[in-house]
Design a protein around this ligand. Structure first.
Ligand SMILES: CC(C)(COP(=O)(O)OP(=O)(O)OC[C@H]1O[C@@H](n2cnc3c(N)ncnc32)[C@H](O)[C@@H]1OP(=O)(O)O)[C@@H](O)C(=O)NCCC(=O)NCCS
Length: 216
């Protein structure tokens, strides 16, 4: 018995990490949940094509101009929130179904609601009553505190800490090892630099870096 057909969009690093998440889910299920058909990418580098080949993952070419004649599940494996939003909107317009993936080595608390297309990687800790929007990425070893909200297309990079009751606006990226202190709002389209500690609200469309984090 095979699983649900799924394709990944993006042959880069995160796209291939998504393939690992799918493999891990299938390994722990009594029957495989997903049948990974391959990876779409507009213009993959030769290096990424050979990395796919080494892993035995088919390269499916660029996305079709119109995919509405075949319906599959898909995950956008691209870290950039704006690019991810553009592609997800296009593909969902064809009727393809976003796959929501949780690595079996992630720990999820109670009353967690994950938006369609969200990917939770291995080692992530999600506390209680956390909600994510569409196509949110939570990278390995990140921690999401109780009652937090990650709106659409947020990217939480590896080992970032989102404290309790934090709200992160759409398309915002939290850099690797960054921290957002409890109860704060990080506005939409913002960027919290790697290793920054946000101790005050972060305004929309603002990049902050450092400890304590300041706009640059
Ligand atoms: C903050 C960030 C967006 C800045 O990117 P950028 O605009 O390309 O910045 P640059 O690399 O040109 O650096 C500009 C200045 O900011 C400083 N800077 C860059 N990133 C910084 C960070 N995270 N914390 C503190 N200072 C930082 C640089 O030292 C440089 O300082 P200078 O002008 O005094 O020399 C980026 O460095 C970052 O932290 N992104 C998160 C990436 C991440 O999480 N990567 C892991 C992926 S798994």
């Amino acid at each position: 018995m095979t699983g649900q057909p799924v394709v990944i969009v993006g042959a880069g690093g995160f796209g291939r990490e998504v393939a690992d998440v799918i493999d891990a889910i299938n390994r722990t299920a009594s029957v495989p949940a997903w049948d990974l058909l391959g990876v779409h990418d507009e213009a993959p580098s030769q290096l990424n094509l050979s990395r796919l080949e080494d892993r035995g993952i088919p390269y499916l070419g660029p996305l079709p101009g119109d995919g509405s004649d075949r319906i599959v599940s898909f995950v956008v494996g691209i870290g950039n929130p704006r690019v991810r939003e553009k592609l997800a909107d296009l593909i969902e317009g064809w009727g393809w179904e976003p796959a929501t993936l949780v690595h079996p080595a992630a720990v999820l608390g109670s009353a967690v609601r994950l938006g369609a297309g969200t990917v939770i990687c291995g080692g992530v800790q999600v506390s209680t009553n956390v909600h994510t929007g569409r196509h949110v990425h939570v990278n390995p070893n990140a921690t999401i505190g109780h009652d937090a909200r990650l709106e659409h297309f947020v990217s939480v990079n590896p080992a970032a800490t989102v404290s309790g009751e934090v709200v992160v606006g759409s398309r915002t990226l939290l850099g690797a090892n960054s921290i957002v202190l409890q109860g704060l709002t990080v506005g939409a389209d913002a960027l919290v630099g790697a290793a920054a500690c946000a101790v005050r609200e972060v305004h929309p469309r603002t990049t902050v870096v450092g400890v304590p984090a300041k706009a640059r």
